[in-house]
Design a protein around this ligand. Structure first.
Ligand code: ADP
Ligand code: F6P
Length: 485
């Protein structure tokens, strides 16, 4: 991390997200270390911002207390926003991850709501909005990301009517019947409608949002266009809601598979596992939306009933630590670790696990090697906005080998039709899908992987960002003049 601060706080593209692309960690000697932040948002937007001149990223640096000074990284200017311990408890762990996250993911666990959480959500959103408005140029585009910052578009508009504002929701948007349960639901909708363009992962998310705007606010909706009454004497504004399925830097991931070191690492991984006939892999943040419990249940039953022989088939489960102070996440970790322990107790032999479990983060090269070593990858989310792991696996298989088992409840299911589709709630169906994948003939694997690769290589994160920003450019010009493209 270079020590100097950016000298020109007037950026043409300003990304605002809860997290910066890097998290600060304090080492035992008091020094600060910067590590890649968890999650798909960072994976995607980091690649996008590498190709942008004069880009800024406003977000939290991942630790409580004062914000570090702005700094430059990878040609981007990073502007940290401070969150103190109370903000973290109420805005981040509370309203964002205790209320919105479960509500927007089909109420897999029960959402909680406290008015103090809401107050903190409002004040934290205001802090992010002010920080973004302060570094945007007169012709800037401000691109706000995800459910933690749904009030930010409107807050920026109140401050900076001269900029274009886009919002992208990385997670599902719930059906209006569920969304209606949210206290402060209309404030959330009005916050989002401060944007010129609101993007969603799946068409069903866009339609859910449009239905909520129509039913709860009574706004006129024509196709994707919402007519939003202006404040006071201000005229009607048009806001667009549209589907933009996010992706990955497909070419970079694919290119990594050519790296001799990564290839050797993949081969070494299989050797370390004792050269099993088949390797099955799961990669997830340790989140209850990811269906890890269902997957382990299916795996345990397949071992118990003798359908899988632990001497020739191994499962690796990589689970990134996530939101560890939120009760539902603590419980999930306990349950997952108990189940892995039980399965290994029943089926592992000395030097060979039945489930190899790793609860930590790895670098990109390791992740690619892992995908290259995997005969089957299990993406069994109970609900997921997109799921980039599914796309990363496909991009890592130019050899056209390997099978992707994909939940129909992950956003990726709309595009990756050639995967082995499952309803992860149905344990018998999940077991059958795993067995089918393990037995799939090479030719069938190639046919499926060719079709999946076509989809992932053609639709990468660069074209996703380009499509979103181009559509945003087409919205009403805040200066009343044509903007150079
Ligand atoms: P989410 O955004 O909910 O975490 P995604 O599947 O969309 O889910 O994105 C997860 C991202 O995090 C992917 O880019 C994946 O490679 C990465 N990732 C997941 N687990 C790890 C890990 N243990 N170490 C490093 N990266 C990880
Ligand atoms: O993509 C979903 C998402 O929630 C992002 O908003 C977030 O950055 C990421 O997953 C990881 O979660 P967190 O920031 O809470 O660790």
């Amino acid at each position: 991390r270079p020590a100097h601060a950016p000298h020109r706080p007037d950026h043409d593209l300003v990304v605002v997200a809860n997290r910066l692309p890097v998290d600060s960690r304090t080492l035992p000697d008091g020094a600060t270390e910067w590590v890649t932040s968890p999650g798909g948002l960072v994976t995607a937007m980091e690649s996008v911002m590498k190709g942008v001149d004069s880009g800024a990223w406003v977000g939290w640096a991942g630790a409580p207390g004062d914000a570090p000074d702005p700094f430059e990284a990878d040609g981007m200017s990073l502007y940290p926003v401070a969150l103190d311990q109370e903000d973290i408890e109420r805005y981040y762990e509370g309203f964002s991850n205790g209320t919105l996250w479960p509500l927007y993911h089909d109420v897999i666990v029960e959402p909680a709501f406290h008015r103090t959480w809401w107050d903190s959500y409002v004040s934290a959103n205001r802090r992010f909005a002010r920080a973004a408005a302060a570094v945007a140029s007169r012709t800037s585009t401000i691109w706000v990301h995800d459910y933690q910052l749904q009030l930010v578009p409107r807050m920026i508009r109140d401050d900076r009517a001269d900029v274009r504002i886009g919002f992208f929701n990385h997670i599902p948007f719930p059906p209006v019947e569920l969304f209606s349960q949210l206290p402060k639901r209309n404030q959330i909708l009005r916050g989002l409608l401060g944007a010129d363009l609101i993007g969603f992962q799946r068409e069903s998310d866009t339609q859910n949002f449009l239905a909520a705007v129509r039913k709860l606010l009574g706004h006129h909706v024509d196709g994707q266009t919402i007519s939003v009454p202006g404040l006071g004497a201000a005229p009607m504004r048009e806001v667009t809601a549209q589907t933009f399925p996010i992706s990955i830097d497909s070419a970079s991931v694919s290119a990594l598979t050519e790296d001799p070191e990564v290839r050797e690492h993949a081969a070494q991984l299989r050797r370390d596992l004792g050269n099993p006939r088949k390797v099955v892999v799961g990669v997830d943040r340790l989140d209850y939306t990811k269906g890890i419990r269902h997957r382990l249940k299916a795996w345990g039953e397949l071992l118990n009933d003798g359908s899988i022989d632990p001497h020739d088939t191994v499962m690796i489960q990589v689970a990134t630590p996530s939101r560890e102070r939120v009760e539902a996440y603590r419980q999930l970790r306990d349950e997952v670790e108990l189940t892995v322990g039980r399965i290994n107790g029943d089926h592992a032999s000395i030097g060979r696990a039945a489930v190899s479990y790793q609860h930590r983060s790895f670098d990109r090269r390791y992740m690619t090697a892992l995908y290259m070593a995997a005969d089957v990858v299990l993406v069994t989310a109970l609900r997921d906005g997109m799921n980039l792991v599914a796309k990363e696996y496909v991009a890592s298989r130019p050899d056209l080998q390997g099978v992707l088992v994909l939940s129909e409840f992950a956003g990726a299911a709309d595009e990756l039709r050639a995967a082995v589709m499952v309803n992860p709630h149905d344990i018998d169906e999940l077991k059958a899908a795993i067995l089918r994948s393990l037995a799939m003939p090479e030719e069938e694997q190639q046919e499926s992987m060719r079709s999946l690769r076509h989809q992932v290589m053609e639709n990468d994160v660069q074209s996703w960002a380009h499509d979103f920003l181009e559509r945003l450019e087409q919205s009403d010009d805040p200066h009343g003049e044509a903007k150079p493209v």
